[in-house]
Design a protein around this ligand. Sequence first.
Ligand code: HEC
Ligand code: HEC
Length: 223
Amino acid sequence: MNQNAFLKLMLITMLAFATSVFASEEKTTLATPAIAKVDPAKGEELYTNGDQTRNIIACVSCHGAAGNSTISLNPKLAGQHLAYLTKQLVNFTEPSRNNAVMTMIAKGMTPQDMSNVSAYLSAQVGKPGAAKNKDLVEMGKRIYRGGIASIGVPACAACHGPNGSGIPALYPRLAGQHQDYTVVQLTNFRSHVRSNSPEMMEISNRMSDQEVKAVADYVAGLK
Ligand code: HEC
Ligand code: HEC
């Protein structure tokens, strides 16, 4: 398939899927709280030192220097889109994204803190990762680029971009993310531990464990 045909196919997949989830997607759009002025320097301060008086553990201890986590279950946050990061921090305070540690931390944060730290992180440069499993990575690539037509899984590239850089504001960057973290998220979408995305719940529900592992490995190597 030449590149034009590939792009067309992606667009069609994206439109078809977007139409089917449009109604639910509207509900998940974040109503932005009133923010005085976004201050990335204050965000960096909080990221580096946390705030013990509000149960905010220093983010750097888990998410690494400048958002480049080196621990495979803790996501890299560097270069992630601002609106997506803010949405996740809000979602951790609601039942739609369950994680004990992040819920405690997010509940200590004000909307201003969330915007500041997200602005800081989105301006950092993500360090590349690598795919690890030669046997699975080809399968992962096929799924990422073309989906799995027989079971109605759309191409990930349609929403997350051909290089995994995402499409602001709704579609997060996946490129370079740790495979282990991505596997946990797809599993959590499937079990509704994470229920903040109707489209991802639907997509992950159709995939086998092996398909999840394969696509997560491929994503880790995207640049
Ligand atoms: C004790 C470790 C720890 C600390 C400290 C921590 N995090 Fe996290 N964070 C995690 C883990 C683990 C996850 C994955 C949660 C899940 O599986 O849903 C996560 C997820 C996130 C996400 C979602 C990322 C995505 O791609 O969806 C954001 C945003 C985030 N953390 C921001 C922060 C910020 C900002 C701070 C500091 C104010 C912080 N975290 C402190 C462990 C930590
Ligand atoms: C129709 C659009 C669409 C398609 C197709 C799609 N995604 Fe997503 N994906 C989303 C949206 C929207 C989010 C953000 C959900 C939120 O706001 O929490 C997301 C989030 C994710 C996340 C969580 C990222 C993080 O940092 O926690 C992962 C992992 C993911 N998608 C993987 C995939 C994979 C793998 C595929 C292909 C099998 C895929 N997605 C296909 C729309 C899509």
